[in-house]
Design a protein around this ligand. Structure first.
Ligand code: AMP
Length: 413
């Protein structure tokens, strides 16, 4: 079904056409008619499925044109980067309307944001903390909000924003349309849904928690002392166009970035200790191809739309399985396929087990040919002849083609 059948306004359809979109994605097909009917919506879809347009296009259609006065749509985002990205998407889709969009997030001065708010924005895209600051300073009222979107709600919960989100919702009129997007629905989000949404319709695209299906997952077991050597060798051997290397800590990300720089890779770093300007430069440079490697902490893992990432390398195994799914969501977006390579040391076994259980699949282990491996206990698990003491420790079981930890999949003895 083409976009033209979706009852979107003419200028919005022109905006969509100018973006080069031909057909709506599955979440757009299902969510757009519901929002246009005025239904509250719970959206659960993998990243890269087109969920931004799924809420932006019907909102722009319903707002129709610029109206002097207070803002009428509010989109809450967990991070500055996402807020900036969603604002850009709104501006792109709204380019043939006179609707005004303002973005509000922390880490930068108040001046430009205050100006944008007082200039009569119809739509505000905001992170919760800074929006509350502006509200307290009297820069912005929410009493005319007719459309509220809580994007990446589970991430807002993780970051401790739910009390702020609640305070903001309390300032919005009770009569409004609310959409909530979340990859997972933990209990606190369920409570928020009951409190903030009315008779919502759920749109679930693909299995919840399932990683992008186009991604090829590989695990590289290695000794702790050889992690960085293996990373350098992987980068040398893998034929990548652009790669994100994920680290667990900001310190680790800085360390890996300087190591890669000294190995002559064009590297940018993205983590929360960088200034807003540094973060924007890193992202922009990576998008433009100035940097071929982006070293990032999990702040970059959620929702960011970075096109054409050919590889994601997990230098550190993420401690939360959800973060694995979000990290690998950076590759294999749209139709292109991607590779997700994970470096694993013995201590990671439990986390890898959790990830495999979470994504309901075993990730194959591989060794890099001709890499000068030093002994590590995790290789023991590959040896024939029953479980090793190490395997026993992590409750490893053998399955076809290797081994895995825990009781995922069918046991083979
Ligand atoms: P999102 O899931 O909203 O982050 O979108 C992921 C990417 O898909 C973005 O680059 C969008 O510009 C793109 N996109 C969204 N909708 C469509 C569509 N109907 N056809 C092609 N690309 C799209």
């Amino acid at each position: 079904m083409p976009f033209a059948m979706l009852d979107l306004s003419k200028p919005v359809l022109e905006g969509v056409k100018a973006m080069g979109y031909v057909d709506p994605t599955p979440i757009q097909l299902r969510a757009i008619p519901l929002v246009l009917q005025g239904r509250d919506l719970i959206g659960s879809a993998q990243t890269g499925t087109g969920k931004t347009a799924a809420f932006a296009l019907p909102i722009l259609t319903q707002l129709e044109k610029h109206k002097q006065g207070a803002p009428r749509a509010l989109i809450l985002e967990p991070t500055r980067e996402l807020a900036a990205q969603v604002e850009t998407a709104f501006r792109d889709y709204a380019r043939f309307t006179d609707i005004k969009v303002a973005v509000v997030f922390g880490g930068v001065g108040y001046g430009a944001q205050t100006e944008a708010l007082s200039g009569g924005a119809d739509i505000i895209v905001a992170t919760p903390g800074r929006l509350l600051d502006h509200m307290e300073r009297g820069h912005c009222r929410l009493d005319q909000i007719s459309h509220l979107v809580l994007d990446e709600a589970d991430r807002m919960l993780d970051m401790g924003f739910l009390p702020d989100v609640r305070r903001i919702i309390q300032k919005c009129p009770g009569k409004r349309h609310t959409s909530l997007f979340s990859a997972t629905i933990p209990a606190q989000i369920e409570t928020l849904i009951k409190w903030a949404l009315q008779d919502p319709e759920t749109v679930e695209i693909g299995a919840r928690r399932s990683p992008a299906e186009t991604v090829r997952h590989i695990i590289y077991p290695v000794a702790e002392a050889q992690k960085t050597d293996l990373l350098l060798e992987l980068l040398n051997r893998v034929n990548y166009d652009s790669v994100i290397v994920f680290c667990r800590t900001k310190y680790g990300a800085d360390r890996i970035a300087s190591l890669l720089k000294s190995a002559n890779h064009a590297v940018a770093v993205l983590h929360s200790n960088r200034t807003q300007r540094e973060r924007e430069q890193a992202l922009q440079g990576f998008r433009d191809g100035k940097f071929e490697v982006l070293v990032a902490t999990d702040i970059a893992a959620r929702g960011l739309d970075i096109a054409d990432v050919s590889h994601v390398i997990n230098f550190d195994v993420p401690q939360h399985p959800e973060d694995y799914v979000h990290r690998i969501g950076r590759t294999g977006r749209a139709q292109s396929s991607g590779d997700a390579l994970t470096i694993m040391v013995a201590e990671d076994a439990v986390h890898v087990y959790d990830i495999e259980r979470y994504i309901s699949q075993k990730v194959p282990r591989q060794k890099l040919e001709n890499f000068n491996y030093r002994y590590t206990a995790i290789f023991e698990a590959d040896k024939p002849g029953g479980p090793t003491p190490h395997e026993k420790k992590y409750k490893a079981v053998r399955v076809r083609g290797g081994y895995m930890f825990g009781s995922v999949g069918r046991r083979r003895r």
